[in-house]
Design a protein around this ligand. Structure first.
Ligand code: SF4
Length: 700
């Protein structure tokens, strides 16, 4: 069962959890009857795992596991099992037909932030070299794109955390904005607990009093979507109270004068009116940050998944720079990446505007370098394509994608305005989905391909610290199942481009290293063997004798002049604010027991028994005014649709705000309601704020 096994009955394989970006170290132990999980003392999780990690192996031999390709003969017919040859022939016929009738961009590719670096790299190359389409994007567009764009603007480079997790306990004050890590990645709480033990302060900004907020020194219960005003207001107080680090601003940054003028309009009582956070708390938070000798500011999806997500992150970066809390030990701004390979997934070319190594597809030098690695003429590499939502919004239209290939993403549940996106998926001439279960998106497909799970494949992942890790193959995949690398290679071969692709992860990684050499995200010096020996290697790592870069910016930032850039940003309202018809805010997020669209975790018995269905959290006083009791069936309605769920009353949420988890399908789908208003730079949809109303569900 186990490669390199030295024992007939028991063996162990060290790998990482398949789910979130913490990428906890775990060992898979085969005992003859099955596979169990043991927590591993890896630097990120230090022996801890959450419930999702402990139960991850339940999916390996799950009865609903796909083990054969499925094909739908015509619209309306049922999916039926077919051979790989039949499925691949159908895919290639659909690609050829779409491109003959409508041109190369009629075929689209949609990737995922859970794919290994090798798969993400191959998928980006497959789109450009085998399909010659510009239409490729991935679900990470919906996760970290705002923080990524802001970091590039301010620091010249995007790496989620510019320091290792081990630095967290040494920060005197931490401002954590819009993140509920106690539930989403519980083992990370060790670092915050240690920080507290060291006498540090943790300030949590969240419209809900979450378990993370409960562990904090101070909770700022913010009005959804007003984070820019908060950040500018804290910088205003820092200015007035003499808390700015003027020598740092002068020697290591540029652009502060405009920011100084902008934030002078964010006096505390105005910020209190906008954010709902009292002046007293604003002063206390500014002093905790400004008087600390070391401080970190961390953001997650709360401030980022907004139609002004980039500005919001820039406002917090301004705060860090103004206080001189960046580019120094135990200081800095960081984004807490969510998806398993959310970091690596955004570096290697599955984004519409990007080539491997964080290179730009519209930069002539970057294009010609990548063309040389790929051994193709530069002119065959298409230009930038549409961002994720913009591509999906036009599926099946005259000038949109007509045939779509989806790898590792469940669009019908995870995309905003999901009812509309489901209609667009149905309007396609052809949809192919590669997954290990029949997800809600796979159910709509013309061809479904069964893919390997994490324990059955080799590859690398890059965690939230920028640490590149080994995912190790612990067991053979069930017969009939193939890795996405094999699938990509097989389709490319049928399209006459097989020579450019390998299905062997080590070979793909060797090429990825060359492709990233000299780029912003430089992996050239990273090898499988080094990762093994060194508990992962931090990029950038330009040579095999380079130690890797756990801490960035200590000497200079990544802009050509070495300085970080301030950006002046003004607060503006959400794309949709509450009004008479829709008087409440709706925000969405995660629960501990489920992950992303739930394709995996909704199939794990223990997890599903804990949180089996969608719900809406609301304040008891608000519920009383609507005549709603705990557990009542209710309808949550927005301008995009209605969802039917049970009410969950809690005083932990603001009186004006509803919260729904986004992991569930069917009538409880939160994304039936969410607003696809996009950030002008990152093209991030506004998942976190829209206007809603609630009513008792008479029909339930
Ligand atoms: Fe897996 Fe994340 Fe839980 Fe760790 S915290 S066990 S990586 S889901």
């Amino acid at each position: 069962m186990w490669p390199n096994s030295t024992s007939q009955t028991v063996d162990t394989c060290d790998t990482h959890c398949p789910y979130c970006a913490l990428q906890c170290g775990m060992s898979l132990v085969a005992n003859g009857e099955g596979v169990t999980v043991q927590a591993r003392n890896f630097p990120t999780n230090r022996g801890g795992l959450c419930q999702k990690g402990w139960t991850a192996t339940e999916l390996l031999a799950h009865p609903e596991r796909l083990t054969t390709p499925l094909l739908r003969d015509r619209k309306g017919a049922l999916l039926r099992p077919v051979t790989w040859d039949e499925a691949l022939d159908r895919i290639v016929a659909a690609i050829r037909s779409a491109q003959q009738h409508y041109g190369p961009d009629a075929v689209g590719v949609f990737g995922g932030g859970g794919l290994t670096n090798e798969k993400a790299y191959s998928l980006g190359k497959f789109a450009r070299v085998a399909l010659r389409t510009s239409q490729i994007d991935y679900n990470g567009r919906f996760c970290m794109s705002s923080a990524a764009a802001a970091s590039i603007k301010a620091f010249g480079i995007d790496r989620g955390l510019p320091f290792p997790l081990a630095d967290i306990p040494h920060a005197e004050t931490i401002l954590l904005v819009g993140s509920n890590v106690a539930e989403t990645m519980p083992p990370i709480m060790q670092y915050f607990q240690e920080q507290k033990k060291n006498g540090g302060s943790l300030i949590v900004v969240d419209p809900r009093w979450t378990p993370t907020a409960a562990a904090a020194t101070m909770h700022l219960q913010i009005t959804p979507g007003t984070d820019v005003a908060l950040a500018n207001g804290l910088l205003y107080i820092a200015m007035k109270q003499g808390l700015l680090d003027e020598p740092f601003i002068a020697s290591r940054t540029s652009g502060f004068d405009r920011v100084r003028r902008t934030v002078s309009g964010y006096w505390p009582d105005r910020v209190e009116r906008i954010t709902g956070i009292s002046e007293k708390q604003l002063y206390a938070a500014a002093r905790l940050l400004g008087n600390a000798s070391t401080a970190m500011i961390l953001t997650a999806r709360g401030p980022e998944q907004q139609s002004k997500g980039v500005d919001t992150v820039l406002a917090f970066i301004n705060l860090a720079l103004g206080l001189g809390k960046a580019g120094k030990p135990y200081c800095g701004y960081g984004c807490l990446t969510g998806q398993g390979n959310g970091q690596g997934g955004r570096e290697h070319g599955q984004k519409a505007d990007q080539l491997p190594g964080y290179r730009k597809i519209d930069n002539p030098d970057h294009r010609s370098y990548i063309a040389s690695v790929w051994r193709v003429p530069e002119e065959i590499i298409p230009g930038p394509g549409c961002s994720a939502y913009e591509m999906l919004d036009r599926l099946g239209t005259e000038d949109g994608v007509r045939a779509l290939l989806v790898f590792g993403s469940n669009l019908a549940v995870s995309v905003p305005r999901a009812g509309h996106i489901e209609e667009r998926l149905q309007a396609l001439d052809f949809l192919c989905v590669s997954d290990f279960f029949l997800s809600e998106t796979a159910e709509l497909a013309d061809v479904v391909l069964p893919s390997t799970q994490w324990a059955e494949e080799e590859g690398t992942m890059t965690n939230l610290e920028g640490r590149v890790l080994r995912r190790r193959r612990a067991m053979d995949a069930p017969e009939g199942v193939r890795s996405d690398l094999e699938t990509i290679h097989a389709i490319a071969e049928r399209l006459g481009a097989g020579e450019y692709f390998s299905s062997e992860p080590r070979e793909v990684f060797a090429e990825l290293r060359r492709a990233t050499a000299g780029g912003a995200a430089d992996y050239y010096g990273i090898t499988y063997e080094r990762i093994e020996r060194e508990n992962g290697v931090f990029w950038p790592c330009p040579a095999e004798d380079h130690p890797g870069t756990p801490r960035m910016f200590l000497d200079s930032f990544a802009a050509p002049d070495g300085r970080a850039r301030f950006h002046s940003v003004e607060y503006r309202s959400a794309a949709e604010e509450p009004d008479e018809e829709f008087p409440l805010y709706l925000t969405t997020g995660r629960v501990m027991q489920q992950y992303q669209s739930g394709t995996q975790t909704r199939r794990v018995r223990q997890l599903n028994e804990s949180v089996p269905q969608a719900f809406v959290e609301m304040h008891p006083s608000m519920a009383l005014s609507y005549g709603i009791a705990n557990g009542d069936p209710v309808r949550v309605i927005t301008r995009r649709g209605a969802a039917s769920v049970r009410a969950q009353l809690t005083p932990a949420i603001r009186m004006d705000t509803l919260f729904m988890p986004f992991h569930f399908a069917g009538r409880g789908r939160a994304n039936l309601l969410t607003n696809p208003a996009l950030d002008p730079t990152s093209r991030m949809p506004e998942f976190k704020i829209c206007a809603a109303r609630i009513e008792r569900d008479a029909g339930c």
